[in-house]
Design a protein around this ligand. Structure first.
Ligand code: IMP
Ligand code: MG
Length: 180
């Protein structure tokens, strides 16, 4: 941990979850999903851009057949405060009514992105809809999200790495860290 902290980029304050910790949790989650959805048509829906690394790793820990698709959701335009407005765009080829859908999201913060997404996807009548979020930041919740799975809980601070950014930087860090 010490060595990676020393070699970490400017602005990194504290590593919250190491590459090894993330790998283990993602592996366990993939195993869980594989047994729960065995024999069912499964679509993993990654929310871009933040979930791209989580999605890629999670998919490879899923041992049953599954399809993938992506949705882009933008709410942070800069800085660390949510703008509140969420813009959603997608080009999903699959007919959701034929799939059990899992949303792979980077972090549930205010919950506004997820609640808007869930409302939109519900209208497409998937066989079932569940959420796997890499991180949960419960301190800032504004929208009620009925049920979701999260791999880690983070404190009320801005976190980066493993797909999450600050002004588009830090996404490539293999760990999750607090900045400043
Ligand atoms: P919401 O506030 O739950 O709608 O979250 C919107 C989006 O803001 C998330 O999907 C993330 O992409 C981003 N976000 C929220 N908190 C953080 C953070 O601590 N670090 C990086 N991105 C964040
Ligand atoms: Mg996001």
């Amino acid at each position: 941990m010490e060595a990676s902290l020393l070699s970490s980029p400017a602005g990194i304050k504290k590593i919250l979850f190491s590459e090894e910790q993330i790998k283990l949790k993602v592996k366990q989650t993939g195993k869980l999903i594989s047994s729960e959805y065995e024999g069912k048509p499964l679509l993993i829906l990654g929310i871009l851009k933040g979930s791209f690394i989580f999605m890629a790793d999670l998919c490879r820990e899923i041992t049953i057949p599954c399809e993938t698709a992506f949705i882009t959701a933008e709410s942070y335009h800069s800085g660390t405060e949510s703008s509140g407005a969420v813009r959603i765009t997608h080009d999903i080829k699959q007919n959701l009514s034929e799939y059990h859908v899992i949303i792979a999201e980077d972090i549930v913060d205010s919950g506004q992105t997820l609640s808007k997404l869930i409302r939109m996807l519900d209208k497409m009548k998937p066989l079932s809809l569940s959420v796997y979020a890499l991180l949960d930041k419960p301190s800032r919740r504004a929208a009620v999200i009925s049920a979701y799975h999260s791999l880690f809980t983070v404190p009320d601070s801005f976190v980066v790495g493993y797909g999450l950014d600050f002004n588009e930087q830090y996404r490539n860090l293999p760990y999750i860290a607090e900045i400043y």
